[in-house]
Design a protein around this ligand. Structure first.
Ligand SMILES: Cc1ncc(COP(=O)(O)O)c(C=O)c1O
Length: 468
């Protein structure tokens, strides 16, 4: 499809593998519907085309003297400018540091943020583990509460900022939840944090593919100091993550990983580190990943983040309206189809009478729909939404620690990308209705250790579809 211009209306034609058919339990094949975009998105065709076009020029970057090395270095540096532009970070305060994903980027910040003994970091109870555990294990953390529906409790944030006045180094908050899809008011939170002398990190792993980002100038009280994102959630799955960061933090202290590429001078007993961002990218960087990320950002900018948001809001509203009508349906978080502006197309639910892992497996093997089930790397948040009692929690933990995952609490998550459409939602809802009517062809057995269900005696022939 390269050559024609890409719009929100035709974007599905530019999604690699959009028409792929996958096998069903019956032996037939059906077009795969991907409703697991919150985990990873497929690749955009222009991203793949750009990589292929670049490959003849690919070479070592940094300090190579050959033309291809210089061209590659030039492109690598240019990708940083594109990321900065995408985040509307147009001042000198911000730099782009690359790594492999959001998790790595937040871990890096958690290790490099030098904090005083009496300071704390705020995280929240709606975070993905990637914006909670790195803080727990590197800093002293205080968690901000969520309400019964799973919304961040801004009053609790305000109270805790007052309680720890002057002692809060950073507020680490997700831009949008990977469970309920709620979008947090990050600029309002930033303003509150700055008023109390703290900085803010926005985990934009979920937000970046669906809403325009705007770090705002440093003199705006609502500006964002740090932002992390993953390219594999923005149609560029080539192992790249980015941390857009206030440069100052990374000019102090030692890099968290050392080796080649991070030094200006090394002698037998001393080292002078390079300036950031190089100082934070030990070893040979992932040039192809950076190129893919930059191209994907250009493409979504070309389509228009406003158009993407509008399409996804409409689709979310459509899906909520239909899903709500199913008997026995519980949607976690808001199920209001008229209130979709401040949420993403991430819908997490349970259907009465169907264990989440069982239902996810039927959807795959009988309807070719890919969803996700479980706790979505946000255990404290999900347990709160599911209203798990302390007794249930204790029993479940005991079983898991005994390698029995057969009854882990959880839910099903469907999550949209910009290329999904109402027809796919219709197929999905009809599948759920059929399953509720008992139209289940397979007999499914559970693997106690993993908790997953598979059709009895079915061996998937992966080699038929792809082999090395
Ligand atoms: C909100 C949020 N933060 C962080 C992450 C971690 O992203 P990655 O696995 O790319 O490091 C995810 C992944 O799903 C996420 O949804």
């Amino acid at each position: 499809m390269s050559g024609s211009s890409i719009t929100i209306e035709n974007v599905k034609q530019f999604i690699v593998g959009y028409d792929s058919k996958v096998p069903l339990i019956t032996g037939e094949e059906k077009r795969y519907i991907n409703f697991d975009n919150a985990a990873s998105t497929p690749v955009l065709e222009p991203v793949l085309e750009t990589i292929n076009r670049f490959m003849p020029w690919y070479s070592s970057i940094h300090r190579g003297t050959g033309f291809k090395s210089q061209l590659s270095t030039n492109i690598y540096n240019k990708t940083r400018e594109i990321v900065l532009n995408y985040c509307r970070a147009n001042d000198d305060a911000h730099i782009v540091i690359y790594g492999k994903n959001t998790t790595e980027m937040i871990n890096k910040l958690a290790r490099r943020l030098l904090i005083e003994d009496d300071q704390v970091v705020f995280s929240t109870w709606m975070e993905h583990h990637s914006n909670d555990l790195p803080w727990r294990y590197n800093q002293r953390v205080v968690h901000i509460e969520v309400d019964e529906q799973g919304r961040l409790d801004l009053n609790d944030l305000r109270n805790k900022l007052d309680e720890f006045k002057g002692k809060v180094r950073l507020v680490a908050v997700t831009g949008a939840s990977n469970v309920t899809g709620y979008i947090n008011p990050v600029h309002e939170i930033a303003k509150m944090a700055h008023e109390h002398g703290a900085e803010i990190l926005v985990d934009a792993a979920q937000l970046a593919p669906h809403r325009a980002l705007d770090l705002k100038p440093q003199d705006d009280p609502g500006h964002i100091d740090y932002l992390a994102l993953s390219a594999h959630k923005i149609y560029a799955p080539f192992g790249q993550g980015a941390l857009v960061a206030n440069k100052d933090v990374f000019t102090r202290g030692n890099p968290d990983q050392v080796g080649g590429g991070v030094v200006d001078v090394v002698d037998k007993d001393y080292v002078f580190w390079s300036e950031p961002p190089e100082r934070e990218e030990a070893g040979t960087p992932n040039l192809i990943g950076a190129l893919a990320l930059a191209k994907a950002l250009q493409v979504v900018d070309e389509i228009g983040m406003d158009k993407i948001a509008e399409h996804e809001m409409k689709l979310t509203s459509y899906a909520l309206k239909k899903l709500k009508k199913l008997p026995g349906m519980t949607i976690y978080g808001s199920d209001d189809e008229n209130d979709v502006e401040n949420r993403l197309g991430v819908i997490t639910f349970n259907l009465e009478g169907f264990y989440h892992a069982y239902l996810a497996s039927i959807l795959n093997y009988e309807y070719a729909v890919g969803v996700r089930n479980g706790c979505f790397c946000a255990h404290p948040y999900l347990k709160k939404l599911l209203k798990i009692t302390p007794e249930e929690n204790e029993a479940y933990e005991k079983r898991v620690l005994n390698h029995d995952r057969s009854q882990i609490p959880g839910a099903i998550r469907m999550s949209f990308g910009m290329y999904n459409n109402e027809e796919e939602v219709d197929i999905f809802v009809e599948a759920l209705q059929r399953i509720q009517r008992g139209e289940i062809k397979g007999r499914y057995v559970q693997n106690i250790q993993t908790g997953e269900y598979h059709p009895e005696n079915l061996e998937s022939d992966y080699d038929k579809y792809f082999r090395l």
